[in-house]
Design a protein around this ligand. Structure first.
Ligand code: ADP
Ligand code: MG
Length: 240
């Protein structure tokens, strides 16, 4: 599980995370919503150790992410992260892009890495695109390739940061369907998203961030049905 204890994080004089407490259980799907600049992306980059924190602790399966003794590279293999956009290597085919991490980071043989890449690309519905170059994929297909690439590392946790935000509306559904599939399979996920319908349908809990504070967290029926925090009420009124 992921345990976040009183985490504070500033960029210069701007405090972006103001004492976040949050536990994500194995198999849980947590959705994070909130306005731009509320600290959602920073939370994800702190969880996988891309960003240092100022105080508090983040534990992944009991290992403290920011402790000096922690092997971050090893820990990060457990945690897949997919961003709004990922620049694939344009001169490598789709399958070669997906094989890269398992080959270089996990030291897998070509055969092993290929088998895993085929499995994960099939999983995200790209079985017919193995030998295509990424430039030939639609935005939705590129995002699904990015998800396959993360899954090829056999992570225990997946973090998604607005993976549909850069997509044309007609391509959003296919990417959300991939996330739905992962959720149904029991993957532990934290999804930052603006897709409220998705959040409502897929999440075990939804967290609302406002100005670096987790202002509300509840199961979706409760959070959307009877939002308590005035800022959440405003946010929902503006997004519906
Ligand atoms: P969100 O994802 O909710 O939109 P972010 O976590 O990206 O918010 O950013 C929170 C705040 O921190 C914003 O004001 C943003 O400008 C600032 N910020 C994020 N990353 C950096 C950085 N690397 N350096 C300086 N400020 C940053
Ligand atoms: Mg963000």
């Amino acid at each position: 599980m992921i345990e976040i204890e009183n985490v504070r994080k500033s960029f210069g004089t701007l405090e972006v995370l103001k004492g976040i407490d949050l536990t994500v259980q194995n198999g849980e799907v947590l959705t994070v919503i909130g306005g731009s600049g509320s600290g959602k992306s920073t939370l994800l980059t702190c969880i996988n150790g891309l960003e240092p924190i100022d105080s508090g602790r983040i534990l992944v399966d009991g290992t403290e992410v920011h402790a000096k003794s922690t092997d971050l590279n090893k820990l990060r293999r457990k945690i897949g992260i997919v961003f709004q956009q990922w620049n694939a290597f344009p001169h490598l085919s789709v399958i070669e892009n997906v094989m890269l991490g398992p080959r270089k980071v996990l030291g897998q043989s070509k055969e092993e890495a290929r088998e895993m890449a085929v499995k994960q690309l099939t999983h995200v519905g790209l079985a017919d695109k193995l030998d295509v170059y990424p430039g030939r994929l639609s935005g939705g297909q590129q995002q699904r390739m990015a998800i396959a690439r993360a899954l090829a590392m056999s992570p225990d946790y997946m973090l998604f940061d607005e993976v549909t935000s850069a997509l044309d509306p007609q391509l959003v559904g296919e990417v959300l369907d991939t996330l739905r599939l992962l959720a149904a399979e029991g993957m532990t996920m934290i999804c930052v998203t603006h897709e409220m319908k998705f959040a409502r349908e897929v999440s075990d809990r939804v967290a609302f961030f406002h100005q670096g504070v987790m202002a509300e967290i509840a199961p979706p029926a409760e959070l959307f049905g009877s939002p308590a925090h005035p800022e959440l009420q405003k946010f929902l009124a503006a997004t519906h």
